[in-house]
Design a protein around this ligand. Structure first.
Ligand code: SER
Length: 878
């Protein structure tokens, strides 16, 4: 057999099965379509609906063939310790849905192994499910000797995706690496845990449908699902002992060697770090490219764990500080031609990884602090397994790091207790995983899948029309099929042809009506619960609609036009953001409604007001240029080659629709758009905020929505201007001035309140005398009285005086002297004149003032004259 590169094997496999009539299909995303599965872990995941006959493969294909990117992390702690386990790997596969079966498959597997790969037949071994005599017979017919065929039980050779659903026996192909790799046991045979017999191909004969009661029913159509680990077969073809020594992964190991200044193959602990860094960095790069962001839950958490584990392992061999971007560059160089998404998202991969590395630096410091505090409290020489587990689980500290730091102080770790805690955790994860698989199958099926199967996909004519003559194909009421629906009923209607856009890709579903003469149904929303099947949620407003009726389906046109303006506006905004902020900006979600739009994207900090203005300015410039828009269908590969923006985390079929606004914006999109950007009129950003780590949100309005927004602002401003009695554009200046004055008054009032504390008031009241004219009179110093506090002081004093009287007080604050005289009407009637008093006292404090007989004030600067001023009052009143 000749050496083959990973790329050559991949292409040889796909070409072989393509030549045998299988359709070559792209790898699906690492985010499965199936909400109950965390990550895509096998080639068959994207074909589940085909196995269950919910989807049909078009003629003349006999099956499909793919290279599928997969992530498996159920045994994350084993990865790197063996040469076989990887978190990210590529799975070559071919799949038949009721066409070819066992005999054809075995024959092709042997032919490919021997004649294409050139594997010596004497080194090949075949395992078969214990009671599958048919397959044993087939291998024999193909010339395989008895001694090379063995039977294995349910655990090894029966493949299930879950407790129920499609399943079947499998036959596995093994390559014998020779006795040198073996355990030496006389029982050593395919299936043994040692490295002698390497399983490289699993062929599953998916012929049963597992029932709830555990019995197996024969499926009407029998399927094939095979999976060949690309890295494993590459190791065989390249004559190396582990996956890590194959061409692609060895190049990644070399990145680590360079970074750490070490050589692979010299020391097992160093090798472990190098393997984990190579493997995890690849998983991380691909996961980000498929739209997974680091987080604390779900697949985002898997990503974060892998990242952190790589960083910790690097730390162990002396690589500190951000380094993972070196791997991203190498991965892009090695695999970018097969997986263009890692090239397209390169900037994002680099920036996200860097941000996480920096963030983790902080976590690492926290973990070290925790460990050091635990070590300082420790009595004895053994750190508990629980502490080591907490460090591992909460801080992401691998136990080796804990051991290293503890070891420096001569302290061991209770590894038995640590291992027990780890085993517990693994068990919990495993039982959760089993439930996932069970749920995975149950998400398929249901009434909409049945309808889709029966009536086929809805024909959507809404890009060019807002009205169509259609026929009612099905009516659903509260989850059940009905034949007709009458006034007042709320139902879902399926038509053969529809102009109604169904909610997809962020764009809301259309509303409108379905009419047949006098019979009318109001469509409140349109959705596609099954891909291709349009459901119109209706309320019947009059008459009866029945399956088979011919109707007119008419979209609310004004609303739709507004949605279109916002949708094209979203594309313009997206392109403007990339222009202003950089190519790391990727769409992570959007909402396009008639009144507003929302756009979530990857970016690492808040936009500055200047950046927002610039984005608005670029977007409006493109709107005003009146760029005609156009749409065309193409293949995903061609669109990518042209640099069309694919959405972050979005999955596409082979045929894609490109929406372009000249050179400025080209995006893959199935939505509804204006014909010319000028129709958008005007765009205004109304908000910018954070919606998660590394995710920002922009809210904006266009056209009439923007007009309504601007009008609202103007109305508010006008109203405020009227209140303030200033011209509209002086509002902010006046508001600032008023606020300043208000704050000063507030402060003075606060001080005055303190001045007229209970003690202060009592002290003043104690000084009351009876004026000769017959009213209570206080002439005194009020030590903290200051400008602004007079009115308040008087209000308090008059309420506390036993009878209506008068006061004359003087205070000083910050070198400013304040005089106040105030009297009740009764005191004034008896001759008290505040104005006359103040006028007379003013000169003594070097100032002046006045007021009314009931209340007058003066300010001055001469504090030394306070006593004189009060003396003047005494002379006048007593
Ligand atoms: N589904 C099987 C596996 O994952 C064969 O592709 O091994």
């Amino acid at each position: 057999m000749d050496y083959m590169t990973t790329a050559e094997i991949r292409e040889a496999y796909l070409r072989y099965f393509e030549e045998k009539g299988n359709k070559r299909m792209p790898s699906s995303s690492l985010i499965p379509d199936d909400p109950s599965l965390l990550l895509t872990s096998a080639g068959m995941v994207q074909f589940k609906p085909y196995f269950l006959q919910q989807k049909q493969l078009e003629e003349p294909y006999v099956g499909t063939t793919t290279v599928q990117k997969c992530v498996r992390t159920n045994d994350i702690d084993i990865i790197g310790t063996t040469g076989r386990h990887l978190s990210f790997f590529e799975m070559l596969g071919n799949f038949s849905f009721g066409k070819y079966f066992k005999r054809e498959m075995c024959s092709m597997a042997l032919d490919f192994s021997v004649n294409v790969l050139g594997l010596p037949i004497e080194k090949l071994h075949f395992t078969v499910f214990e009671n599958d005599d048919e397959t044993i017979g087939i291998w024999k017919d193909l010339g395989i000797e008895d001694s090379h065929i063995s039977r294995l039980g349910e655990d090894d050779n029966f493949w299930r995706a879950g407790p129920t659903g499609p399943c079947g026996p499998c036959s596995e192909l093994y390559y014998d690496q020779g006795p040198d790799f073996g355990c030496g046991s006389p029982d050593c045979a395919p299936g043994c845990d040692c490295d002698r017999y390497l399983e490289y191909w699993n062929c599953v004969f998916t012929q049963f449908d597992g029932q709830e009661d555990g019995t197996l029913e024969e499926l009407p159509k029998k399927n094939i699902d095979t999976g060949m680990g690309l890295e494993r077969i590459a190791a065989i073809m390249q004559g190396v002992q582990s996956n890590y020594e194959t061409d692609v992964l060895r190049s990644l190991i070399a990145v680590g060697e360079r970074l750490a200044g070490v050589t692979y193959g010299k020391d097992s602990a160093t090798d472990l770090s190098l393997r984990i860094m190579a493997d995890h960095s690849r998983a991380v790069t691909f996961m980000i490219a498929d739209g997974i962001l680091p987080s604390n839950e779900g697949r985002g958490y898997v990503l974060r764990r892998l990242l952190r584990r790589a960083i910790m392992k690097a730390h162990l061999i002396g690589v500190d500080g951000p380094f993972l971007n070196e791997y991203v560059d190498e991965i892009v160089r090695l695999m970018g031609d097969v997986y263009p998404e890692i090239v397209e998202n390169r900037e994002l991969e680099r920036k996200l990884i860097l941000a996480e590395e920096e963030r983790f630096g902080a976590t690492l410091r926290q973990g070290k602090t925790y460990l050091e505090s635990e070590l300082s409290k420790l009595e004895g020489k053994t750190l508990s397994g629980k502490t080591a587990f907490t460090l591992h689980d909460t801080y992401g500290f691998p136990v080796e790091i804990t051991a290293e730091i503890a070891g420096e102080q001569g302290i061991d770790i209770d590894m038995d207790a640590f291992d027990a805690a780890m085993a517990d955790q693994r068990e919990r994860a495993r039982s959760a995983g089993a439930k996932d698989a069970e749920a995975a199958w149950s998400t398929y099926g249901g009434i909409y899948a049945d309808i889709l199967n029966e009536v086929g996909p809805t024909s959507f004519v809404g890009y060019d029309n807002t009205e169509s003559s259609s026929r009612i194909l099905a009516i659903v009421k509260q989850g059940d099929r009905v034949d007709s629906a009458s006034a007042g009923e709320e139902v879902e209607i399926v038509l053969d042809i529809t102009p109604f856009y169904a909610e997809m890709g962020g764009e809301v579903g259309d509303t409108g009506q379905i009419v047949n003469g006098d019979v009318k149904a109001r469509v409140g929303d349109t959705t596609t619960p099954e891909s291709g099947l349009y459901i119109h949620a209706c309320k019947i407003e009059g008459g009866t609609l029945s399956v088979g009726d011919n109707v007119i389906a008419a979209v609310d046109v004004d609303r739709r036009r507004a949605i279109e303006r916002n949708h094209t506006g979203t594309h313009i905004l997206h392109a403007a953001l990339r222009k202003v902020l950089g190519d790391h900006v990727k769409q992570a979600g959007s909402y396009v409604g008639p009144d507003r739009l929302r756009f979530d994207f990857t970016h690492f900090e808040a936009l500055t007001p200047e950046q927002i203005r610039e984005v608005e300015s670029v977007a409006n410039d493109k709107i005003m240029q009146g760029i005609p828009t156009s749409t065309y269908e193409t293949t995903l590969d061609e669109a990518r080659a042209k640099g069309v923006t694919a959405l972050f985390g979005e999955k596409y079929g082979e045929k894609v629709r490109v929406v372009e606004a000249g050179e400025f914006s080209q995006e893959l999109c199935g939505g509804c758009h204006v014909n010319n950007t000028a129709e958008i009129g005007f765009m205004k950003v109304t908000g910018e905020s954070s919606v998660g780590a590394n995710l920002r949100r922009i809210e904006a309005v266009t056209s009439f929505g923007a007009l309504a927004y601007v009008n609202k602002i103007e109305d508010e401003l006008k109203e405020t201007a009227a209140e303030l009695k200033v011209p509209m554009f002086d509002v902010s200046e006046r508001t600032a001035a008023n606020l300043k004055a208000f704050k000063e008054i507030q402060q003075a009032a606060k001080r005055a309140k303190e001045t007229v504390s209970d003690d202060g008031i009592t002290a003043l009241l104690d000084q009351a005398v009876e004026a000769p004219a017959g009213y209570p009179l206080i002439i005194a110093k009020a030590p903290a009285l200051e400008s602004g506090g007079q009115r308040h002081l008087w209000d308090v004093m008059r309420s506390r005086m036993s009878e209506p009287g008068a006061i004359v007080v003087a205070g000083e604050h910050d070198g400013k002297v304040v005089l106040m005289a105030a009297g009740t009407d009764e005191a004034v009637a008896k001759g008290f004149d505040a104005n006359a008093l103040i006028k007379a006292m003013g000169p003594a404090i070097g100032g002046g003032g006045g007021g009314k007989p009931t209340m007058a004030q003066a300010g001055g600067k001469n504090a030394a004259g306070i006593d004189d001023a009060l003396e003047i009052a005494r002379n006048m009143l007593l």
